[in-house]
Write a protein that binds this ligand. Structure first.
Ligand SMILES: NC(=O)c1ccc[n+]([C@@H]2O[C@H](COP(=O)([O-])OP(=O)(O)OC[C@H]3O[C@@H](n4cnc5c(N)ncnc54)[C@H](O)[C@@H]3O)[C@@H](O)[C@H]2O)c1
Length: 265
């Protein structure tokens, strides 16, 4: 019988996680992966019905209890309720994933209104801070407490056609690294810079079918778009005991980013 199990540190037994926007796509992948690694998971989503359905599906797949709750992460009362219900259901809270985020395309970045800039900031950035504030008392009592945020490559390499979103995602990075320094030994915080994962969200953001097709063949080092599982694997490392020496970092999970060469092919 082997004495060393390299996967032991990636297990999340004893952890309780809230995953915002976990009803579908990347958030669902993170919820399934944490649950499959042994965590108890609360999916907090604007679409409560879908959160509950996804939770039920994952519970059947992993055998670990996952719950879903309606929560608008831009509304403090919803956040408070979500945190209270999680602790009531599972007895503690060790792990927060701020995964909610969205942006839309604009042909003219300077046509974005002041209200649209503020709305993007509220959804993508302020929500992560409010969730962190509500979770703090519980995280401070937990072992291996962590917060991991769904960032975007456009938060480090701004896309001018998604400027409101790019700027808000850049702000998440800065804010959460600042909070990692504030919490230091108490709560680890990291950001994952997500590359392209094809979802219906791209069409909803204003990209046409041709643009979405092009995104499926990106100019990155692996030559393919990512899957929710590619992203969830990084979240598992960062949130599990295996990531206990990781904090205040922005990790790029993007197929290696753009392929650069000076000489034409
Ligand atoms: N898909 C990609 O290629 C990609 C690339 C870079 C970064 N990201 C980031 O990854 C995260 C997840 O992306 P996705 O493509 O899986 O998103 P998605 O749009 O498929 O899912 C987002 C989920 O969040 C929920 N939601 C929306 N507004 C909410 C609110 N106010 N409160 C609570 N829940 C809300 C939605 O109901 C949905 O279930 C986002 O932060 C996104 O910006 C995605």
């Amino acid at each position: 019988m082997a004495q060393f199990d390299a996967f032991e540190q990636f297990r999340m037994t004893g952890h309780v996680a809230i995953i915002t926007g976990g009803a579908q796509n990347i958030g669902e992948g993170i919820a399934r992966t944490f649950s499959g690694a042994g965590a108890k998971v609360m999916i907090a989503d604007l679409n409560g019905e879908k959160a509950i359905a996804t939770a039920k599906k994952i519970t059947e797949e992993t055998g670990n209890e996952v719950r879903g709750i309606t929560c608008n992460v831009t509304v403090d009362a919803d956040i408070e309720k979500c945190v209270a219900e999680t602790v009531k259901a599972f007895g503690s809270l060790s792990t927060l994933v701020n995964n909610v985020g969205w942006g839309r395309a604009y042909d003219d970045p300077l046509a974005i209104t002041a209200d649209e800039m503020v709305e993007s900031y509220k959804l993508n950035t302020v929500s992560a801070m409010r969730m962190t504030a509500a979770c703090r008392p519980h995280l401070l009592k937990a072992t291996n407490a962590s917060i991991t945020n769904s960032g975007s490559m456009v938060g480090v390499l701004p896309a001018f056609d998604f400027l409101a979103y790019s700027a808000a995602k850049a702000a998440v990075n800065h804010m959460m690294v600042g909070l990692a320094h504030y919490f230091a030994k108490q709560v680890r915080i990291n950001n994952v810079m997500i590359g392209t994962v094809i979802t219906p969200g791209y069409a909803e953001a204003g990209l046409d079918a041709k643009a979405v097709e092009a995104l499926k063949h990106p100019n990155n080092l692996t030559g393919r778009a990512g899957s929710p599982q590619d992203i969830a694997n990084a979240f598992l490392w960062l949130a599990s005991p295996a990531g206990s020496w990781m904090s205040g970092q922005t990790l790029h999970v993007s197929g290696g980013g753009a392929r650069v060469r000076l000489k034409p092919e």
